[in-house]
Structure formats: structure tokens, C-alpha cells
Design a binder for this molecule. Structure first.
Ligand code: GRG
Length: 287
């Protein structure tokens, strides 16, 4: 099972809590281990299945993506951003430790992601491996996730059009999801251009569907089910798919995105079965 395998891999890649500086390493482990749906690793493994990738390679890139994801959650939860106290059913990192330690834990998780990709042979040649580092860097930076977060912070209390909302989420949530698929696939036989385009279309639709459902669940699910504070978007006057479309149309949009994602990988046949299943999971999930 991918989740169990990832837990073991992440345990291994993260510095032990007995290694100095112990408090920082404890905070990094706290942020990454023992929680989370591991959606991005699941996507990386499914994309790797499509290209016949060695799971030992996929494990490395999936762990790297998950470290970037965990760092983003730690920073997002801090008082200067979303200011939340609950994440994955536990106190957020800055509540459990302190703000400076949480900031540093995020800061240290980010380079560790690139370090593990650099230290393991995840591709057949150095050029392909550097390209994988580039993909993760671009997805995380100002024209990827961090840029999307900046747009998100600036949008509080404003109204966004649907295309503006989509632009924000293609960056904030979508960039790392697309990177997970791209990196997982590149651990195997590098797909031809047409195949890569299909995979990118799949990842783009799944990334948006993930966010639409995140917005829906923020309205419909409880804090206990989500393991994070529910109802925050409305309380903070954030523009969301639900605030723009309403619940029913937001769900319908997620379903349309799911069907588009699945259609994009039909030509791959059985090799894409896991990717199609994950599109279902992302839209039908309850938390
Ligand atoms: C601080 C640079 C920086 C970026 C933060 C990802 C992000 C950007 C903020 C998280 C806040 C949020 C609600 C984002 C929308 C969707 C999302 C990424 C949810 C959390 O991801 P899940 O559901 O979390 O995969 P788990 O805990 O399951 O890993």
C-alpha cells in the first residue's frame, strides 16, 4: 500500500529526532509523518505505473513532493498567513512547537526535498534528473505554488471571476499535483510528447477538481472529519468555487473535471487504471 510505503520512506529520509538540532528535526517529523491523505504520492505512483517506473525511484520523488507539500501547510497555518490551530487532526506545527521553529521546519523541509532527488538515481541520466529537479522547483516557486499562495492572500475580501479563481488554483494547489504526476511518470520510460500532453491534461483537471472539492468540503464537512478547521473560507471571506458557483454547481464542475481527466488517459488503456481510480477518489472523497 502506497501510504504505508511512503510513511516508511519519509521516516528514512527525514533526519532523526535524536540528531541535533533535535527540536527542529522533531518539528520537521511532526509536520510530515503520521497524517495526511498522501494524494500527491498516490498520483506519483499511479503515473509511475503508467511508464513502468521502478517503485524505489517513485518513492524518492513522491517523498520530495510530500515534503514540499508539508512545508507549505506548516507555513500556511502560521499566524501571518491562515492562522490555524488544527491540521491533520493535531495542533498545527507552530502551536505544538513555536512560530520560529515552525518557520524553520518549513524552511528546512523545502531544500531537503531537492536534496533527496539529487542524492538518488531517479532517472537514467543526469540531464533527466536535473529536469526533475527543475520541475519541482518551478512547481514550488513564485510561478507555481508560492505564487498561487500570494494571489490567495491578496484575494481575501475581494471578488474573483471564475477564470481568476482558476488561475489562482492552477498555481496554489495544481502546480504541485501536476509535478507529482510529471515526476512519477519520469521515473520510468520518458513518455513521448503526445503522451506527456495527455498526462499533463489529466493532472491539470485532477488538480482543479481537488481544489473544487476542497472548497465543497470546507462548507459541507465537519472539523472532526476534516482534521482541520471547517467553514474557514466563508468566515474569512475567501472567494471559492462554492462562493462563486454554489454547492451544486461546484460539485457538477468537479464531476466534469473528473470525466475530462479520465478521458485524457483512456488511450493508455489498463496502464492508466490507477490514475482513473484516483480521479474518482479525489472527487468522491469525504475529507
Ligand atoms: C505557504 C508557499 C505556501 C503555500 C501554501 C498548499 C497551500 C499553499 C496552502 C494550504 C491551504 C489549502 C487549504 C490549500 C488548498 C488545498 C490543499 C492543498 C489542501 C491540503 O492538501 P491535502 O488535502 O492535505 O492533500 P493532507 O493533509 O491530506 O496532506
Amino acid at each position: 500500500m502506497v501510504q504505508a510505503r511512503m510513511e516508511q520512506a519519509l521516516q528514512r529520509f527525514l533526519p532523526g529526532s535524536e540528531i541535533a538540532p533535535e527540536r527542529l528535526h522533531c518539528a520537521m517529523r511532526y509536520a510530515v509523518l503520521g497524517g495526511g491523505k498522501r494524494v500527491r504520492p498516490l498520483l506519483a505512483f499511479a503515473a509511475g505505473e503508467l511508464t513502468g517506473a521502478d517503485p524505489a525511484r517513485v518513492e524518492v520523488v513522491a517523498a520530495a513532493v510530500e515534503m514540499i507539500h508539508a512545508y507549505s501547510l506548516v507555513h500556511d497555518d502560521m499566524p501571518c498567513m491562515d492562522n490555524d490551530v488544527l491540521r491533520r487532526g493535531k495542533p498545527t506545527c507552530h502551536v505544538e512547537f513555536d512560530e520560529a521553529t515552525a518557520l524553520l521546519a518549513g524552511d528546512a523541509l523545502q531544500p531537503l526535498a531537492f536534496q533527496i532527488i539529487a542524492e538518488h538515481a531517479v532517472a537514467d541520466n543526469v540531464g533527466a534528473q536535473i529536469e526533475m529537479v527543475r520541475i519541482l522547483a518551478a512547481a514550488s516557486g513564485s510561478r507555481g505554488m508560492a505564487g498561487g499562495q500570494a494571489i490567495d492572500l491578496a484575494s481575501v475580501g475581494t471578488t474573483l471571476s471564475l477564470p481568476e479563481l482558476e488561475f489562482m488554483h492552477i498555481h496554489k494547489t495544481g502546480a504541485l499535483i501536476r509535478a507529482a504526476v510529471a515526476l512519477g511518470a519520469r521515473c520510468g520510460h520518458v513518455p513521448e510528447t503526445g503522451q506527456l500532453e495527455r498526462l499533463e491534461r489529466y493532472a491539470n483537471r485532477v488538480g482543479l477538481a481537488f481544489q473544487v472539492i476542497d472548497d465543497v468540503l470546507d462548507c459541507e464537512a465537519s472539523t472532526a472529519t476534516l482534521g482541520k478547521t471547517a467553514g474557514k473560507d466563508a468566515a474569512q471571506e475567501k472567494p471559492t468555487y462554492v462562493s462563486i458557483l454554489g454547492l451544486a454547481r461546484a460539485r457538477a464542475l468537479a464531476d466534469e473535471l473528473r470525466r475530462e481527466a479520465q478521458a485524457a488517459v483512456v488511450p493508455f488503456g489498463e496502464k492508466a487504471a490507477r490514475l482513473r481510480e484516483l480521479a474518482d477518489y479525489i472527487v468522491l472523497r469525504k475529507f
